[in-house]
Write a protein that binds this ligand. Structure first.
Ligand SMILES: C[S@@+](CC[C@H](N)C(=O)[O-])C[C@H]1O[C@@H](n2cnc3c(N)ncnc32)[C@H](O)[C@@H]1O
Length: 431
């Protein structure tokens, strides 16, 4: 070890150890931990230090040359992928099979490290938890039905570089569907806008959303194919989706799963985990346009009851319209935290107990306050849908502290070529 700690711009040659959360792999150099992008466990790579992590506890680095490649290394399908380039994909240099192995490793590690979970029903996580491919996946490409492009100072579209505000201008992205690509937005100039979002729905609707609204003057608006709506300027503000055997209305810039196979696979996984029974009472928290509420209402039947809670007024409006044929569903436009608190304070007038719960929070998870109130409703099962395994691990750890156990965990590769994954976990109360 030298007397000088490595700093930004320094070069080194390191052996890459395990994969870590966030698309990095761990390596060590001069006594410091490195979080290395663009590498694969087992490889020897030349790295350049790119910065320091929180409180100086670790360094960040990019692999810039491969000395000993892994058998899992492949040529990236996109020319924009790699160190210093587009920050959209973490793992284009990794075979799809190995990407899923690495995601499985990350999921297990977060469950153990943050959730304290070593096994499920006595089966070690190595055997009981893995990340699955989803139906309709085409070699991990052409799956993005919703894409948010950044706009550079010249009005060109692209994606931000890793940990940077700089935009990597792109012509086309192999992750987007043909329907997104053929809007040709990347060939046009969007001077004035910060972001341009393109949506191509499962029922063939296409929309382009400009942020901030009105930032591109009408005279400078690029021409777009006739069918593409521009909410606020041309056509309606929502698109139609199809999932779970039902049609859904979703605001063009509202939440809907991005991978074409996602909504169905998640509904099936949640249904399998909860095994809803006729007459039961379901609480669907963070319910969006009502996907889980609407699909599971059929299992509960007319004697059942669903309370769906979502804070976006527009999403609740879509949910009411989507579920108008299901009188057993009540939509509540409120933050989950305050709705649960108000319901508890209302005593017998509020919701005092439920049978089953779907929790599908945003990236930072549900958190202790919401989980405590959910557990107080004494459900027989909770299905937790998570897009961040770290938040899931933390929230499972909190419930485990109250005696809850994990009944099953399934990971889904809904974001191929990136390090992201979706998980459905079944949580069961103490007996
Ligand atoms: C991951 S999405 C899930 C939506 C829906 N379950 C689905 O699958 O389509 C999370 C949803 O939670 C909503 N949300 C985020 N924070 C919230 C909060 N504190 N209270 C209520 N809703 C919230 C968002 O608007 C978004 O619709």
């Amino acid at each position: 070890m030298t007397d000088k700690s490595p700093v930004r711009g320094d070069k080194a040659t390191v052996r890459v150890e395990r994969v870590a959360h966030g698309g990095h792999c761990v390596a060590r150099h001069e006594g410091r931990v490195l979080f290395v992008r663009h590498a694969i466990p087992g490889e020897v790579v030349d790295v350049v230090i790119t910065g320091e992590g929180a409180k100086g506890r670790y360094l960040r680095a990019d692999a810039v040359a491969v000395v000993e490649p892994s058998d899992d290394r492949v040529d990236p399908p996109c020319a924009h992928s790699g160190a210093g380039k587009c920050g959209g994909c973490d793992w284009q240099h990794v075979s799809l099979e190995a990407q899923r192995r690495m995601k499985s490793d990350v999921l297990r590690e977060q469950l153990t490290r943050l959730g304290g979970i070593e096994s499920i029903n006595g089966v070690p996580l190595e055997e009981s938890v893995r990340v699955e491919a989803v139906a309709g996946d085409i070699e991990g490409l052409s799956w993005r039905t919703r894409v948010r492009y950044a706009v550079d100072e010249d009005g060109s579209l692209g994606f931000r570089r890793s940990r940077s505000h700089r935009v990597q201008v792109i012509d086309s992205c192999p992750l987007v569907t043909d329907a997104v690509d053929s809007t040709d937005v990347t060939w046009r100039q969007w001077q004035g806008a910060d972001e341009v979002t393109v949506v191509a729905s499962s029922l063939g609707d296409r929309a382009v959303v400009i942020d901030p609204p009105g930032s591109v003057p009408s005279g400078a608006m690029p021409g777009l194919p006739e069918d593409v709506v521009l909410p606020g300027r041309r056509g309606r503000g929502w698109v139609r989706e199809f999932a779970g055997g039902r049609e859904w209305r979703v605001q063009a810039d509202g939440f809907w799963q991005v991978h074409p196979g996602a909504a169905d696979v998640l509904v099936d996984a949640v249904r399998e985990a909860l095994a809803p029974r006729p007459g039961e009472h379901l609480l669907d928290l963070y319910s969006g346009v009502g996907l889980f509420a609407g699909c599971l209402a059929a299992d509960l039947g007319p004697e059942g009851r669903v309370d769906a809670v979502e804070f976006s007024v527009l999403a609740c409006g879509d949910a009411r319209r989507n579920l108008h044929d299901l009188p057993q569903v009540r939509i509540h436009a409120a933050p989950v935290e305050s709705w649960l608190a108000a319901s508890a304070a209302a005593g017998p007038e509020g919701v005092t107990s439920v049978d089953i719960v779907v929790l599908d929070p945003p990236r930072n998870g549900a958190g202790a306050g919401v989980l405590d109130r959910v557990m107080a409703l004494t459900p027989r099962a909770v299905a937790y849908v998570a897009c961040d395994p770290a938040s899931l691990g933390r929230d499972i750890g909190h419930m485990a502290g109250a005696g809850w156990t994990v009944g099953s965990v399934r990971g889904f590769d809904l974001f191929p070529m990136t390090s992201h994954l979706e998980t459905v976990a079944l949580l069961l109360p103490p007996r």
